[in-house]
Write a protein of this length. Sequence first.
Length: 403
Amino acid sequence: MPVSPFRKLAPYAEMARKQGRIVYPLNIGQPDIETPPAALAAVRNADIRVLGYSHGAGTESYRRKLAAYYQRAGLPVVMEDIIVTTGGSEAILFALLTCLNPGDEVIIQEPFYGTYSAFAIAAGVTIVPVTAIIANGFALPPLADFERAITPRTRAILICNPSNPTGYVYSRAELESMLALCKAHNMFLISDEAYREFCYDAPYVSALELAGAEPNVVVVDTISKRYSACGARVGALVTLNKEVYMAAFRFAQMRVSPPGLGMLLAEAAAELPESYFDGSKAEYLARRNLTVRRLQAMPGVVCPRPGGAFYVLAHLPVDDTEKFGQWLLESFSYENQTLILSPANGFYQTPGLGKQEVRIAYVINRTDLDAAFTCLEHALREYPGRTEPLPASAVEASVALTA
């Protein structure tokens, strides 16, 4: 089981805080935007005498409210298509356990959400990576690369849209081409849509919107980022394929039920008007722009502009971002401040990739975010393992994507 790529440096951060330093947390997608008060009030004011098990797929009242949320987004989803899960994590695991058998293969564009590796190990399946590159903003690689990766053991392609860790947003045409490939080879398209509300430059397209999605598409989702409710641990597996649904439901029954208090919170959140997202989306957009502006101004740093989610994956002019991240917490301080980052090697399956890249989560307020980047700027000047920047051609291609 691999070490968490976004928590591996946490012990060093804890030590730095005990020493009295301010540590800006840019390593993990924990938003500082307040959880909706109405959602918290639903839990606080609940008249509960016995907190019992729910239906294995979640309470009917929440599934109906969640189905209505999807319907407002134009998705043909009803209550009977939804299994409520313990966070998006359980939804991902259920999807892999349902759609693949031990020894099967799933194709994933790398860099990818680091814990996919852990879920694949738990399900006994093998990840076959198709590599995206920073020079074109981690765009979807050519479809031919995916076709070459298909073997007789391939059962699914897993995507994250918008992407964690790169922020790349798939277009409708790209999703249609991926679904067509899956149909041609009798595979599933598993779509992780945890960040659907946060697309900044183009409209969001769900895999469930696509024509002919019913037999092949499985969506995994969560309220964690949407409502800044990571601790509620409420996610969902959504599919129009009844055979897949019933197979996943067996796993859901075996773990008995999803979190009861979390579903109370999620049900109240699902009733919020669409305008609720206007404020959080505008704030993340401002944070993205600040992040990209500051990083691109640092000599030797390459930072494509992400189209969604709240992460950037950047190249730093250092020998090893894991060593650099540890040095930041053990040996560096600027005005008694430092920061914690996520080394990007944990977001790749291919050995050796991501060694000079880092994922940054722009989830803290802009004042602190700006101060964190000032720390980073000073740290890059002082770090003894600083290296030469990328070739100018790679830098120019990346910067052009932000125009």
